[in-house]
Design a protein. Structure first.
Length: 306
């Protein structure tokens, strides 16, 4: 039932002359770096601030990283909703040298907790806890956003580096074609055999659920860095016990013990970990597509009758 990836079917990197000085691009974490890498191709590679496996919501910049930001021609980041530790360091750059993807015109945004609230209302239960109305920063799980952003990144790089403008835009166009094909493949899989309602370790998959008509019926933590309360965990356990939640997918990089205890003794199944921020996914330009594919494959295991 594995959804077939198109990652190996096409080559997006277009060679370009190296005579011009390539812009120094700094990114906040691996997903953003992947999107920039898709656009830059063989022209260059962005600097990634976040260490592999680190939590993007809570990080301490090293002096060398602050210097890299100050020297950057362009800083591409999601926004303060994901990396609240970064705005202070960006004071060393001008507005024209930074690009917050979540603030890009045309970006689809949603609130934290919206999926859990919708699921609760659909089942006539009490409203879900933790829906505090803040913007959910995990917007890369809507492929339309990813496709939009690579085009905008190409435009910014083309302005900074006119000599390679055609390469950036060609790479972005090919990346958009690849993302659209992957989106269509995942959509076809879920439309034919949608999984039962499931819960997650980290409320980061609402965009993915909205895109493909899935039901996220709960989350252990419903906001970034938010510790779950006893009442919330009891309600989640009740959903698992009643059969209203078929599977629970823990968060990649987190201790799965809590998820295991919640599922123990219930008819629900404990699934594989879901990687919300690409912490456990190989870094590089292919990370974005690989991450979408991995999440789709993992969730697809929670199916009626499987």
């Amino acid at each position: 039932m594995r959804i077939r990836s198109l990652a190996s079917a096409l080559c997006f990197c277009l060679a370009a002359p190296a005579s011009a000085e390539v812009p120094r691009v700094v990114t906040d974490f691996s997903v953003t770096a992947s999107l920039v890498g898709l656009v830059m191709g063989e022209v260059g590679a962005p600097i990634v601030l976040l260490d592999p496996g680190a939590d993007p919501h809570d990080y301490q910049l090293r002096p060398s990283q602050a210097s890299a930001i100050a020297a950057a021609d362009l800083v591409v980041w999601m926004g303060p909703e994901l990396t609240p530790w970064l705005p202070g360091a960006l004071d060393s750059t001008g507005e024209t040298h930074r690009m917050a993807l979540l603030e890009s015109p045309g970006t689809t945004l949603r609130r934290f907790g919206a999926a859990a609230e919708d699921a609760a209302q659909a089942s006539s239960d009490a409203p879900a806890e933790g829906g505090h109305g803040d913007t959910d920063p995990h917007a890369w799980f809507d492929p339309d956003n990813g496709a939009l952003w690579v085009g905008l990144i190409a435009d910014r790089l083309a302005d900074l580096d006119p000599e390679h403008a055609s390469t950036y835009r060609a790479n972005a166009s090919l990346a958009q074609t690849r993302i659209a094909a992957l989106d269509k493949s995942i959509g076809a899989e879920f439309s034919s055999r949608p999984p039962l309602p499931f819960a997650v370790g980290h409320d980061a998959f609402g965009y993915f659920a909205d895109r493909y008509g899935l039901v996220v019926a709960g989350a252990i933590t419903q906001g970034d860095a938010a510790a779950p309360g006893a009442r919330h965990l009891a309600a989640l356990r009740a959903g698992l016990q009643s059969g209203a939640i078929a599977c629970l997918f823990p968060e990649a990089g987190a201790d799965p013990k809590q998820a295991g205890l919640l599922v123990e003794g219930t008819p629900a199944r404990l699934g594989a970990a879901l990687d919300a921020e690409g912490r456990m996914t190989p870094a590089g330009p292919m990370l974005y597509e690989t991450l979408l594919q991995q999440v789709a494959d993992t969730i697809a295991t929670c199916r009626s009758g499987s």
